[in-house]
Design a protein around this ligand. Structure first.
Ligand code: NAX
Ligand code: ADP
Length: 273
């Protein structure tokens, strides 16, 4: 078992000569016009955690919904997997899945993005669309890609594993997928395909609120975009995600989480030496 604290030394802080492109570019794929909130939560979280530039890629019908609801986050419409790949050119990491839609298009988009140089964070619908074709997902993934299932999603992708216990299950899932697996829950297990396993145990039940997983996906994507090792990025994000609830508790909603990150990051920065 890897200790919890060692990801701190790998956190990406900007240096004197850093510019926004060098800091890391994150793409976030949005769902259709009525389902854009999840991507906006993930994008804001990615920006807050330090990606220098964040771009939402959206179906054309969603652009007029998203445009008035973003500021620093950028926006590019796409209408085919090829168009999505073009829009993601130069991205260091891409988050796909939150409210992406349970459609063949989502399946094709995940596989098309996997062929680019960007590391992928695949969540929610991006996982569920491969329920009946897991090899179609696993064969496309690289070791720096990250899957972020909750237990319901995990069970659909790996129906035979949870009986062995969550840590063993996540480790076997990572080996099978050939990617980092983040098995979310009150204790989140993070496993890498090389055998590393860690448990994040600072979670709080205030995270059990719609959209908090979308924020976590954006946070992981934002750290991976800054070229943090994907396993460490997932551990760091899981810890900071829970830490962001401190001081709010009752009444917390997912929208609150990204804007708590400056305080969480400032405390880590102050002790980073
Ligand atoms: N602001 C937004 O636009 C939001 C959009 N969301 C998106 O909405 C779509 C549907 O979300 P749903 O909430 O219906 O999908 P869920 O994946 O939460 O639920 C689907 C099924 O899994 C089960 N399930 C959920 N969490 C579980 C857990 N931790 N352990 C075991 N089983 C669990 C549920 O009971 C349900 O039967 C997804 O695309 C999702 O990304 C959500 O992320 C919430 C916020
Ligand atoms: N009881 C709990 N204790 C600690 N963390 C929790 C609890 N319930 C949910 N979480 C965390 O909240 C997030 C929920 O993610 P997810 O189920 O994908 O929600 P959504 O799809 O609404 O975004 C995960 O990071 C999970 O670990």
């Amino acid at each position: 078992m890897t200790t919890l604290a060692d990801w701190r030394t790998g956190l990406p802080w900007p240096e004197r000569e850093t510019h926004k492109h060098a800091r890391g570019r994150l793409g976030v794929v949005s769902g259709k016009a009525t389902q854009t909130g999840a991507a906006r939560l993930a994008a804001r979280a990615g920006l807050r955690i330090g990606a220098g530039l964040v771009r939402i890629l959206c179906p054309p019908d969603a652009a007029l919904v998203i445009a008035p609801a973003i500021e620093a986050v950028m926006l590019t419409p796409f209408s085919s997997p090829e168009g999505l790949v073009e829009g993601c050119e130069g991205m260091d990491a891409v988050v796909i899945g939150p409210a992406a839609g349970l459609t063949e298009a989502t399946q094709a988009n995940v596989r098309a993005l996997a062929m680019t140089g960007a590391a992928l964070v695949v969540d929610a619908d991006g996982l569920m669309v491969f329920e009946d074709w897991t090899e179609g997902l696993f064969e496309a993934l690289d070791r720096d890609d990250v899957l972020t299932p909750h237990e319901g999603e995990f069970e659909r992708l790996f129906p035979d594993l949870l009986g062995a216990g969550r840590e063993t299950a996540a480790a076997e899932a990572a080996a099978r997928a050939g990617a980092v697996v983040v098995l979310k829950g009150p204790e989140t297990v993070i496993a890498a395909p090389d055998g590393r396993v860690a448990v994040n145990d600072n979670g709080t039940p205030w995270l059990a609120t719609a959209g908090s997983g979308d924020v976590l996906a954006g946070m992981i994507g934002g750290l991976v975009a800054q070229r943090m090792d994907s396993f460490d990025a997932a551990r760091a994000a899981a810890w900071m995600h829970a830490e962001a609830t401190r001081g709010i508790g009752p009444g917390l909603i997912a929208e609150d989480l990204p804007d708590r990150l400056p305080a969480v990051l400032a405390a880590l920065h102050a002790t980073s030496g």
